[in-house]
Design a protein around this ligand. Structure first.
Ligand code: C6P
Length: 416
């Protein structure tokens, strides 16, 4: 199996070597070499992840936790090894606290439904922020159809920082939960979640962190953060789509009812009564995404092989370079100038609609995302319908950013 070698040269990461691990980067788009700047939507996959999935179906395919036969044993083993890898990656105390889900969206829905239905009463309050992805807004609104809860929102300032001066005064005796994004997908803001978690804990309020845009850019340690839940998506960290993780402290997961019923999550079923399986299986009903879990394990190996700290350092350099380079483009306005940013830069450009920017730039072989990025309240906050967004991964380069800047300048000529 192909593995990256020599990724750390004396000057830092050997990006040429890393790029060779991603077959799709050899693609041409409209006759131009692909420049992939849509990593916040989903990252590309290294050969080791692709080959791991291929190997699973070629040599191991079988259902897990169900068979005594050889294939079932080895696929179960590979599945559970991946759980250990993710536990270590986020420094969770136990594999019992690692639940596999379809992604961040399902992880948050699981908590909103299971925790919310059991522990929320009419009149209770949940705090979220004005920069949440829809997947950390709508599940709580769905809960509102069953429990008459109030959703309070931490505001954001003009630069895209959370306004936290009065954060503590948002807590009342009815506050039951804080659910907060770590890194904003539309503004790039890195929120001071550790500080906010410790304030919430002073009020005995548990905290969920949406780490969808954090885990591939910055080291995330759930014990250091002391978060009670953490949600992530495999496909944003070089892994397959359709697989994600919910980390939850054992004391909460134990107290929560199952989210879905079915095979594997039970201990004993009769028509009168069912008892549930132990953690984490209580929350993994039905045949899971086995290939996805094993592929996610390979993605974690890939990140570990490079080193998340080295990735963070390299990408911080890209963010700084791109911010400065974009600021030289006439008529370009960056939306979101927070003190600390990671991964993504959103911008407006002249009076040209972001969709036109995206379409034009596509002809240059550049993939970026345009739209509201599933954060419509962020767009409303700035009074805009949409932005163009570039978002980075470890295989992006400054040379690619230079091409982006040149292409944007070309647009000005076309739209003159
Ligand atoms: N953001 C983007 O282009 P899923 O779809 O479940 O893997 O992730 C949802 C999600 C939750 N929180 C944040 C902060 C996110 O950025 C996302 C996904 C993608 O920005 C697709 S909208």
């Amino acid at each position: 199996m192909h593995t990256t070698t020599n990724i750390n040269n004396s000057k830092g990461l050997d990006i040429d070597c890393i790029r060779e691990d991603f077959p799709i980067l050899n693609t041409t788009v409209h006759g131009k070499p692909l420049i992939y700047f849509d990593n916040a939507a989903t990252t590309q996959k290294p050969r080791s992840v692709i080959e791991t999935i291929d190997n699973y179906y070629t040599n191991m395919n079988s259902n897990i936790h169900r068979g005594v036969h050889y294939l079932s044993q080895i696929s179960t083993d590979a599945y559970e090894k991946a759980r250990t890898k993710i536990k270590e990656f986020i420094n969770a105390p136990s594999t019992k606290e690692i639940i596999f889900t379809r992604g961040t969206t399902e992880s948050i829905n699981l908590v909103a439904h299971s925790y919310g239905m059991k522990f929320f009463n009419d009149g209770d309050e949940i705090i979220i922020s004005a920069m949440e992805h829809h997947s950390n807004i709508v599940p709580w609104q769905l809960l509102k159809t069953y429990k008459n809860i109030n959703i309070k929102v931490i505001p954001i300032d003009d630069d895209g920082n959370l306004v936290i001066d009065n954060f503590e005064s948002m807590f009342t005796e009815r506050t039951k939960f804080l659910s907060l994004v770590y890194v904003s997908n539309s503004l790039g803001t890195v929120n001071p979640v550790k500080e906010l978690i410790s304030i919430a804990h002073k009020h005995n309020v548990p905290v969920l962190i949406d780490a969808a845009q954090a885990v591939n850019h910055i080291p995330v340690d759930v014990q250091d953060l002391d978060c009670d839940f953490l949600a992530l998506s495999g496909h944003k960290m070089y892994g397959p789509t359709g697989i994600g993780v919910l980390y939850g402290k054992e004391k909460y997961l134990k107290a929560m009812p199952p989210y879905q019923g079915g095979g594997d999550m039970i201990s004993k079923v009769t028509f009168e009564k069912t008892t549930f399986n132990e953690l984490p299986y209580k929350f993994e009903a039905g045949t899971p995404n086995i290939e996805g879990v094993i592929g996610l394990g390979a993605a974690i190996d890939y990140i570990n092989n490079i080193g998340i700290n080295a990735i963070h350092e390299y990408e911080s350099g890209l963010m700084e370079y791109a911010t400065k380079a974009l600021q030289t483009v006439p008529g370009l306005q960056i939306i979101g100038n927070a003190k600390e940013k990671a991964g993504a830069i959103s911008f407006l450009f002249e009076n040209i609609h972001p969709h036109d920017v995206g379409t034009f730039i596509d002809f240059e072989g550049i993939a970026l995302r345009t739209g509201h990025h599933c954060t419509q309240p962020v767009m409303d906050r700035y009074g805009i319908p949409a932005t163009s967004r570039v978002s980075f991964a470890v295989y992006n380069t400054k040379a690619e950013i230079d091409i982006l800047v040149k292409s944007l300048i070309k647009i000005i000529e076309v739209f003159k």
